[in-house]
Ligand binder design. Structure first.
Ligand code: GLU
Ligand code: MG
Length: 416
């Protein structure tokens, strides 16, 4: 029997999935009402009151063709369809986060004839296990059964190409990786993956959390985004004659991410606790540099896999390590694509590959100051979208104002 409900879903500026359910069957013209001010909701439910939309206006959540996924667990099966926010006449709303990614990717294509390929790697915690096991241990993986096998099956059934499932270093910390695909689909899958993990954990009597860090003294949960460029479907990131094996075009493009690193973090790590994770010696991202196989780098040039039969140029990629699950994957892909375009326009290859002393912002406040001094990055956003993103941060900052870092972490742990 088909699911009774279809949830039309968007992902907001704090990385949470929100939407409304319609009754099946869904057809090409199905859509549901939505409110512009919903974009100003914070992680804890409060809204940024000064948002530019106020009580006015109406939107519709309009399903993205082919973006149907099945949530099988919990009390009843439910279909989840990723949706875009459109005006009542069907035109895309200027603040729709998915449209932000689409327009950046379209510009990368039209201006440089390049496609961005991406895959997301997610770390998360499973609360409620009776046994934790050892880091990377078989015992830890077995203790999380049947969750792990069910997750991999669910991802496979939904065409999401699961690659690795592992027990991570932290206590009750796990990681799931998906195969590389076009960057928009990769972002769609990242959004759905988090909901699958949460849903399946609930079904197994567990609670999953993607919080950036559960406790200041613990290990962080990263969202690492693997990136490569292709032209007409052929990979063009790899060139063995160049430093770090990075082709000239890739070097120019990734230079844009390095140049704008401080401002990008205001979007990729936007919670009040994101920067407790982004500190040196945490293997998250210790500085604004690119390096070969270095897990302290903002951009890690991943190893050449010559053991596999797949040609190296197909798997060669660069990993952006400074995102977490309080960010919106569409915004992350959109802003990284914009930074790549910026680097390509500058036309300069990376000066140094290897660890360097260029620090990243140490707080979200510092990242926002960098952003406000960076008219180029600000210009990538529709004004309302940018101001709403920043307004939400002020709501969260005041909501947590008098709390210690430990208490702040607890607040996010309950939401993510
Ligand atoms: N947990 C680390 C982070 O916060 C990443 C560890 C790793 O997988 O390299 O990003
Ligand atoms: Mg990991």
């Amino acid at each position: 029997m088909a699911a009774a409900l279809t949830f039309l879903a968007t992902c907001d500026l704090v990385g949470l999935v929100r939407g409304r359910a319609v009754t099946n069957p869904l057809d090409a013209s199905s859509n549901v009402g939505w409110v512009p001010a919903d974009l100003a909701l914070s992680s804890f439910g409060g809204i940024w009151e000064e948002n530019p939309f106020g009580s006015f206006g109406d939107l519709r959540l309009s399903p993205v063709a082919g973006a149907n996924y099945v949530l099988p667990s919990g009390a009843r099966e439910m279909t989840l369809v990723l949706s875009q926010q459109v005006l009542p006449d069907g035109t895309i709303w200027h603040c729709d986060p998915r449209a932000f990614a689409m327009s950046a990717l379209a510009d990368l294509k039209s201006e440089f004839d390049l496609e961005l390929v991406a895959s997301f790697e997610h770390e998360f915690l499973l609360e409620g296990l009776t046994y934790n096991g050892s880091p990377f241990g078989l015992d830890a993986l077995r203790a999380a059964e049947p969750f792990g096998s069910e997750l991999v099956e669910l991802l496979r059934q939904n065409g999401m190409d699961p690659e690795n499932w592992l027990a991570e270093y932290g206590k009750a910390q796990f990681e799931i990786t998906l195969g590389a695909t076009d960057a928009l689909t990769a972002a769609d899958r990242a959004i759905v993956l988090r909901e699958f993990v949460r849903d399946l954990a609930r079904k197994n009597g567990l609670r999953a959390s993607f919080t950036p860090i559960a406790d200041p003294a613990s290990v962080g949960n990263g969202v690492h985004v693997h990136l490569s460029l292709s032209r007409n479907g052929s990979p063009i990131t790899y060139d063995p004659s160049m430093p770090g094996n990075l082709s000239e075009i890739a070097s120019k493009a990734f230079n844009g991410i390095l140049k704008h690193a401080a401002s990008l973090l205001a979007f990729t790590a936007p919670s009040q606790i994101s920067f407790l994770r982004l500190q040196p010696h945490r293997w998250s991202s210790g500085g604004a540099f690119i390096a070969v196989q270095d897990r302290e780098a903002l951009l890690r040039i991943c190893p050449l896999n010559t053991v596999s039969h797949t040609p190296v140029e197909k798997t060669f990629n660069v990993e952006f390590r400074a995102a977490d699950a309080t960010s919106n994957p569409w915004i992350v892909i959109g802003i990284l694509a914009r930074a790549l375009i910026s680097g390509l326009r500058d036309d300069c290859t990376i000066e140094k590959i290897g660890a360097s002393e260029s620090p990243l912002p140490r707080t979200l406040g510092e990242a926002i100051i960098s952003l406000r001094k960076n008219p180029e990055v600000m210009s990538w956003f529709p004004k309302d979208l940018l101001e709403t993103h920043l307004g939400i941060r002020t709501v969260e900052e005041s909501a947590l104002e008098n709390l210690s870092d430990v208490e702040k972490c607890e607040r996010y742990l309950h939401v993510y």
